[in-house]
Design a protein around this ligand. Structure first.
Ligand code: OGA
Ligand code: MN
Length: 290
């Protein structure tokens, strides 16, 4: 299949036109897309797709095992009711409620800077989000390149940060990011808490990225609370400067694939409740950060 690939910014991201993955794709094409995605710094938009759930899952598995796959762990309990009833590999994001009163997906998912599932020992690698219904304007998603943010630091600051570890805890989001705390007992029993290097290396190309996020990072290991907060506050304002950002304005049919190892993202919830937004996400389980 012939397709066109264009860069999205000077630093990272690529968009692809001219593919129709719903009509079928070879393993070779899928592997080419994985390679192009790594080369694009872990952000790729494939426009105009109409993937079935099965096709979305099949493509996603070329990136690695999925949360919800047979023999793999599910996402945390808090989101279990947002999982697709027929496909445990698919997490749904939506502001809509079904006729039976059940939500069609998580409302307000990711309306803060975060990296998906960073509170697990093996956090998300790729997330593949397929836009099915979007508002006429608004509901953009913003990405911040944490490899570029790391590279832009001085050698002195890099040397300070390189040996540090930080704790990530779902409870941070549960207690601070939502008006009504969303807490399930099992989410607080330690399964959704993990310690990761503050600077991690992507094995595919040895690039280093900052790996802390305001959504889930609770503190830096081994520092006093005030010391930890001062460093995190500096990193959070450093890492979302305009030159590190790409803001995605969605079209229906976009399949957006981002690498949680080197990007943070933020869902802008600026659209009204009566304008439906519905997206489906497959989430790849990554390696233990190192
Ligand atoms: C996600 C997420 C962003 C959006 O699905 O992980 O953060 O714009 N969603 O819906
Ligand atoms: Mn997210």
């Amino acid at each position: 299949m012939d397709y066109e690939i264009r860069p999205l910014t000077q630093g990272f991201g690529a968009e692809i036109f001219g593919l129709d993955l719903a009509s079928g794709f070879s393993d070779n094409l899928a592997q080419d897309l994985v390679g192009a995605w790594v080369d694009a710094g872990g952000l790729m938009v494939i426009h105009n797709q109409t993937l079935s759930s099965e096709q979305h899952i099949a493509l996603s598995r070329h990136f690695g095992p999925l949360f919800g796959d047979p023999n793999e762990s599910p996402l945390q309990d808090t989101v279990s009711r947002y999982i697709h009833p027929d496909h445990p590999e698919i997490y749904r994001v939506s502001n809509q409620v079904s006729t039976d009163g059940k939500p069609k997906g998580r409302k307000g998912a990711g309306t803060y800077w975060h990296s998906d599932v960073s509170f697990r020992d093996r956090p998300a690698q790729a997330s593949l989000l397929h836009a099915k219904t979007i508002p006429p304007v608004g509901g953009d998603t913003i990405f911040a390149d944490q490899a570029a943010a790391y590279e832009a630091l001085s050698d002195g600051m890099k040397a300070i940060l390189d040996p540090l570890y930080a704790w990530h805890d779902f409870e941070v989001a549960a207690r601070t990011q939502y008006a009504k705390p969303v807490i399930a007992e099992n989410d607080m029993d330690g399964a959704n808490r993990a310690r990761h290097p503050l600077v991690r290396t992507k094995p595919e190309n040895n690039s280093k990225s900052l790996f802390v996020n305001p959504g889930f990072t609770s503190h830096i290991d081994g520092l006093d609370a005030a010391e930890s907060q001062a460093i995190l506050d500096f990193l959070y304002q450093h890492s979302i400067q305009p030159q590190f950002l790409y803001r995605h304005r969605w079209n229906e049919g976009d399949l957006l694939i981002w690498d949680n190892r080197s990007l943070m993202h933020f869902a802008v919830m600026d659209y009204p409740d009566d304008e439906p937004r519905y997206m489906e996400r497959c989430t790849v389980i990554g390696e233990t950060p190192a």
